[in-house]
Design a binder for this molecule. Structure first.
Ligand SMILES: Nc1ncnc2c1ncn2[C@@H]1O[C@H](COP(=O)(O)OP(=O)(O)O)[C@@H](O)[C@H]1O
Ligand SMILES: [Mg+2]
Length: 255
C-alpha cells in the first residue's frame, strides 16, 4: 500500500522584496510504500530540508501534490494542520529539539498531552517503548544530564509514542558520535522491521546504507535511486558512495 505520494512538487522561495527567486524544488515525484525505510541524500542546498518541511506541511509547495494515505496535505486548513501532523507524523531532528526545562519523560509525553491523552494512557504507551529504546532509567533526567545518543533516543521515543504513520527524520545522526550513530541506526532498522515507515534525510553514507532505498536529490529533482535489495550494507555503502561521486562530478546516470 502506498503511504506517501509526492507528485511534481515545486517550491520557489521569493525573498521579502520579491526580487530574488530560489527554486528549491523544481519537480519532485516519488512515493513511499507502507513499511519502507527510505533515505534521501543530496548536496547541501539541494532541497532536502525544503522537501521534508513540505511533507510535514510546515511549508506550502508552490505547486504539486503531497498525499499521505490519500489525503492532500497542502489542502488542509490551517486549523487542521497541527492536529494532522501530531496524529500522523513523528519527527526526529539533528539537534533533538527537546525542551531543556522538561524531563525526558515530559518531553516524550508532550505530543500526547497536546492531543488530550490521560496520564495512564501516556504511561501505558511509554513503558514498552522506553524499554525498547534503552532509556527507562533516564526518564526523570533532564536533556542536559544525558548524552547526545540518549537525547536522540528520547526524541525517537517522543516521535513514536503517537504511533505515527510516518517518521520524518532530518539528519538524525548529524550530531552523534560514531557509537551513538550505530545505536540510532540499529533502532531505526528495528522499528522498521516491526513495520514503522521511515523517511530520513541524511548526509551520512553509513546512515543511508542502513535504509532499504536511497533517493538522490540534485538541483531540486530526484536524480537517481538505489534499492538495497539483498545487498549487504557494505555493498550499499559502496554504491551510494559511487553515486555521490557521480553527482558531484556531473557524470552520466548509470545503473
Ligand atoms: N526560507 C527560505 N527562503 C529562501 N530560500 C530558501 C529558504 N529555505 C531554503 N532556501 C534555499 O532553497 C535551497 C534548498 O535549501 P534546503 O532545502 O535547505 O537544502 P538542503 O536541506 O538540501 O541543504 C537553497 O538554495 C536554500 O538557500
Ligand atoms: Mg537541510
Amino acid at each position: 500500500m502506498t503511504l506517501l505520494e509526492v507528485n511534481n512538487l515545486k517550491k520557489v522561495y521569493t525573498t521579502r522584496f520579491g526580487g530574488n527567486h530560489v527554486q528549491a524544488l523544481s519537480n519532485v515525484t516519488f512515493s513511499v510504500e507502507q513499511g519502507e525505510y527510505v533515505a534521501i541524500m543530496g548536496e547541501s542546498g539541494s532541497g532536502k530540508t525544503t522537501l521534508l518541511n513540505t511533507l510535514a506541511a510546515l511549508d506550502k509547495p508552490t505547486s504539486g501534490e503531497v498525499l499521505l494515505n490519500g489525503k492532500s496535505l497542502p489542502d488542509l486548513k490551517e486549523k487542521e494542520i497541527s492536529a494532522f501532523r501530531r496524529d500522523n507524523l513523528g519527527f526526529v531532528f539533528q539537534d533533538f529539539n527537546l525542551l531543556d526545562t522538561f524531563s525526558l519523560k515530559d518531553n516524550i509525553f508532550l505530543p500526547l498531552v497536546l492531543s488530550g491523552k490521560t496520564y495512564d494512557e501516556m504511561n501505558r504507551r511509554l513503558q514498552p517503548l522506553a524499554a525498547k529504546l534503552g532509556i527507562l532509567e533516564l526518564l526523570e533526567k533532564y536533556p542536559y544530564e544525558v548524552s547526545g545518543g540518549q537525547k536522540q533516543r528520547a526524541a525517537v521515543c517522543r516521535a513514536l509514542i503517537t504511533n505515527p504513520q510516518l517518521i520524518l527524520a532530518d539528519e538524525p545522526t548529524g550530531a552523534l558520535d560514531s557509537r551513538a550513530t550505530d545505536g540510532l541506526l540499529r533502532i531505526f532498522s528495528e522499528i522498521n522491521e516491526s513495520g514503522q515507515t521511515i523517511l530520513m534525510v541524511t548526509h551520512s553514507i553509513k546512515a543511508a546504507s542502513s535504509a532499504k532505498r536511497v533517493l538522490f536529490i540534485k538541483d531540486g529533482e530526484i536524480y537517481h535511486q538505489l534499492y538495497k535489495g539483498s545487498s549487504s550494507t557494505e555493498t550499499m555503502f559502496q554504491k551510494i558512495s559511487d553515486t555521490l561521486t557521480m553527482i558531484a562530478t556531473g557524470g552520466a546516470r548509470n545503473e
